[in-house]
Structure formats: C-alpha cells, structure tokens
Design a protein around this ligand. Structure first.
Ligand SMILES: [Zn+2]
Length: 369
C-alpha cells in the first residue's frame, strides 16, 4: 500500500515536471504559428534594399513566453539573434497582461483570463498571479535582464537621446538591435492613473488603452459595447501625453480611435493593425470617408493626402497620426457641440467622456461602432 502511494506520488511529480517542462513551449508554438512556406529566393537587389532600410517592427509579444530572448530559438517570432539577422533596427516588445478565454475578434468580455494559468505554468513570481500591473512589470524586467545579458547587442530605448545614440552606433556596428517597451491594454494600470508613472519608470513608452475587451478607459474593437474613450480614458490620454508615452490605438474600437484622434495633442500610433481594403474585419482601419469624421488613414476629414513619414501597407500608406492644430477639439467641446451619449452604453464599466469633438460624434453615427 505504501509502495503504491509512493508510486502515485512519483507519477504525479513526473507529470507536474512534464507540464512545467513542455507546456510553455507548446503554448508558444500554438499561439505564435510560423507557416512553413517555400519563399522565392530574394534577388540580390532586394537583399541590398533590405540591408539599407532602417526596419522598425512595432509588435512582438515575445516577453510572454518562457525562453531567453538573448538565445536563438526555433520557435516563436523573434529573439535578439534573429532580429539582428533580419536587420531589424527596433522591435517593440508589447506586453500582454490579460486575455479572455475563447479569444476572438468579434466580442469578448473581461470575466475570464488565460494569462493567470500561463503565469503559473511558466513559473512567474506569485505576485504576478493576481496582479496585472505586476505582470507588466515582470515582463519589463525580463527585457531589461535580456539587454543586460546581451553584451550590448540589445539596447532598450527610453529617450530621444537613446534613439539617436543607438542609431549612430548602429552605423558602425550593424550587428545590434533595440527594443521599445509597449503595453497592450491599460487594464494593467489596475484603475490607478498614477501607475502610468510606475510603468514609465519601468521603461514603457507606448501604451494602448485596450486590448481584447472594453475596460474602464476605452472601448475595444473586440469588446462587448465597443464604446469610445471614457472620461477616465481622456485623463489617461492627457497623462500619457505629459509623460511623452505614445498612445497606441491598436485593438481600439472605431469610436475610441475617433475620440483619441480628435482629442490628442501629440501624434498617436497604430502599432499593429491592418486596413479593411486588404482584410475587412473589426479591428482594421477603414480607408473610406465617414461623414465628417476624420479619416485616420488620410488625415483631416478624409480629403487630405497622407503627409510625412509613414508605413506602407499594401497600397495604403499609414503614418503616425497628427492633430492639425492645438485646441481644435477643445474648441468644439467648449462650444458644447458634443453632448450626446454614445450608443450601446449599457455595459456597466463604460462611460463616455463628458465632452468630445464632433469628429467623435460623427464617427459614432457612421455605423462602424
Ligand atoms: Zn495585439
């Protein structure tokens, strides 16, 4: 009997050890698929062009997974050696802290979470099990540790001087890369606007208000109500601008995008989002003019041509978005032109910002949200 119990105990221990040893890698392989396709060999001209470019990729969730990013891996999307091989100058490491079960593009609520199980199986510190903020700080620490181990091959960019110094260094030392810390979803603030400062100190320089579900700051493209920026969300926008943290509108609902574009006083970015012209789904940006709404892809009121530096995506040019002048949206709000509550405000945690510009109002009529 005792021998049988010992056998069961040993079997259980072996099972638990196997879970810790194999499940994290299997999960990364499952969620970050690489399609094995045979690609044509690039021409010498294409290779030469690729080598000349300063490549910036604005999204990788690699900090979520259990591997040393300083080491070359066969799984997942990036690590320091492969970024250098690929001539990637800057990679944005965007941190995920909570994902609902049954993740989908259409509709998710915030009642479940898969990251808790991941944190346990990957043996993150127990303080991360119940705290989204601790999960963000833990992943930031992982990037810092990777940079420290990399012997100068990975630089974390925190300031303009960091960027200038790094790019300067890279001219003579091409075998280096750099990381920018981003956050997918301000739910990691745990409701505390002051946590922006904590995240800034940890190195975060790009923050998206939402990820896959609506939260107290804004509506998500994949949420339940898909509302706009809330009153607290507007306060968050201002705090991010004060700290010079980029506002990232990836995963934001169309109304959140319209609100943010109307109200932002600094450029905003959409770090990883496509366009409906190539893939028509809920999260991608529309290139069409919607009433009087500002068109994010084309700039002011859908008439202007894109200006300034940007990214090309198929035949669309995507650029960092800019307001056209200070005080524009505030002027409208001050004149009291926007006071209607948005549709679909039934979700308890969603409250619309008290006063938003006409652009936001027009967009909410457009049928996108
Ligand atoms: Zn994302």
């Amino acid at each position: 009997m005792t021998r049988a119990r010992t056998g069961i105990l040993v079997a259980l221990l072996v099972l638990v050890a196997a879970v810790f040893a194999f499940v994290p890698a299997a999960l990364e392989r499952h969620y970050n698929t690489v399609h094995p396709r045979v690609h044509p060999t690039p021409s010498a001209r294409a290779i030469a062009l690729h080598r000349r470019l300063t490549i910036v990729d604005l999204h990788a969730d690699s900090l979520l997974w259990a591997r040393d990013l300083d080491q070359r891996s066969e799984r997942g999307h990036v690590d320091v050696p492969r970024l250098i091989d690929g001539n990637v100058a800057i990679e944005a490491f965007t941190v995920v802290t909570k994902t609902p079960r049954g993740l989908n593009n259409q509709r998710n609520d915030d009642r479940s979470d898969m990251i808790t199980a991941l944190a346990i199986v990957e043996r993150w510190p127990p303080r991360t099990w119940n705290s989204l903020r601790e999960r963000a700080l833990y992943q930031a620490r992982k990037l810092q540790d990777t940079a420290a181990r990399s012997e100068g091959r990975l630089t974390i960019l925190r300031t303009r001087a960091d960027v200038a110094g790094y790019l300067d260094r890279r001219r003579t030392q091409p075998a280096i890369t750099a990381g920018l810390l981003g956050l997918e979803g301000a739910h990691a603030l745990e409701g505390d606007l002051g946590a922006v400062d904590t995240l800034f100190a940890a190195g975060f320089r790009m923050i998206a208000p939402t990820h896959f579900f609506d939260n107290e700051w804004a509506g998500s493209a994949h949420g339940v109500t898909k509302g706009g920026l809330t009153g607290r969300g507007l306060a968050l926008l201002r705090r991010l601008e004060e700290r010079r943290i980029l506002l990232d509108l990836a995963h934001a609902s169309p109304r959140t995008i319209a609100d943010a574009v109307a109200l932002a006083q600094r450029p905003v970015v959409v770090s990883h989002t496509g366009v409906k012209g190539t893939c028509d789904n809920l999260r991608n940006l529309s290139g069409r003019k919607r009433g009087r709404a500002r068109d994010p892809l084309r700039g002011g009121r859908g008439r202007g041509r894109p200006r300034g530096p940007g990214l090309r995506l198929g035949r669309h040019r995507v650029r960092p978005l800019r307001r056209r002048g200070p005080g524009r949206a505030h002027g409208r709000a001050a004149r009291g032109r926007v006071l209607r509550r948005g549709r679909g405000q039934g979700h308890g945690r969603q409250r619309r910002a008290p006063a938003l510009g006409r652009a936001a109002l027009s967009s909410s009529r457009s049928g996108e949200g």
